[in-house]
Design a protein around this ligand. Structure first.
Ligand code: ATP
Length: 225
């Protein structure tokens, strides 16, 4: 059972990096980002669309369209911030470069964590400069309903070495630990499913905000050819 935090000015608060393709952003991302601010002492969540995903094919929507959808989705949520820093870099979006850039903004004392779903975490052994990631930030690995594949030996070893000891707070240090977390709502929603529905001319309503769906319709996104 996840406990909710009450705001306490004395607890150092976390800055979170929540990167993704967001093709399109959906309630699985949005509810996770919001609930992270309710169960951990979080100061700000940077939602960062990638320019070119490093580990998958090209997105359907352009980087600008994905950023626009994200902005529409998070209006009026003060702790959620649509961050376009990866769109200002050419080439593949390596998370390690994004964390270096956040470190430049926040300095080395700030507790900083990168958020990712279990599915994304399983691919971590193939990431660029992965040993640097944990020097730069903590990792928060979210359970993703429907995605329960076992980790490889490398992934399990990483968890063994870095998983947060019971009772210790992630915000007690700037970087270096891994927290596995099941958030209260745990929504089984994926952008793949939404794109498939739309390509089949079926409604994706209630899986993502209406404002985002309206944008998709106006821009003519995710139609089958
Ligand atoms: P796709 O289906 O196109 O692969 P996606 O729904 O997984 O997209 P991404 O933009 O690739 O969305 O995800 C960004 C990050 O958010 C990843 O770390 C992913 O694991 C996580 N994530 C996506 N959907 C959920 C969800 N429903 N619950 C928790 N985490 C999620």
């Amino acid at each position: 059972m996840v406990k909710f935090v009450t705001k306490d000015a004395k607890i150092p608060s976390l800055v979170l990096m929540f990167g993704g393709t967001f093709d399109p952003v959906h309630y699985g991302h949005l509810r996770s980002a919001l609930e992270l601010t309710q169960v951990l002492p979080v100061h700000k969540v940077h939602l960062i669309p990638c320019q070119l995903p490093a580990h998958r094919g090209e997105p359907n929507a352009t980087a600008e369209q994905r950023l626009a959808m994200l902005r529409l989705a998070i209006t009026n949520e003060a702790q959620l911030f649509a961050d376009k820093r990866e769109l200002q870099r050419a080439g593949p979006s390596w998370s390690v470069d994004t964390l270096e850039s956040l470190r430049q903004d926040y300095g080395w004392q700030q507790p900083l964590a990168m958020v990712l779903g279990w599915d994304a975490f399983l691919g971590l052994p193939n990431w660029s400069r992965r040993e640097r990631l944990l020097e730069l930030a903590h990792l928060i690995v979210l359970t993703r309903p429907g995605q329960m594949h076992q980790g490889s030996d490398q992934v399990l070893q990483l968890l063994k070495e870095h998983q947060l000891p019971a009772g210790e707070a992630l915000s007690a240090s700037p970087a270096g630990q891994i927290l596995r977390l099941s958030l209260p709502s745990g929504l089984e929603i994926s952008a793949t499913h939404i794109r498939k529905l739309l390509a089949s001319n079926l409604s994706a309503r209630y899986l993502l905000p209406d404002t985002v769906l309206n944008f998709i319709s106006t821009e003519g996104l995710y139609k089958s050819n």
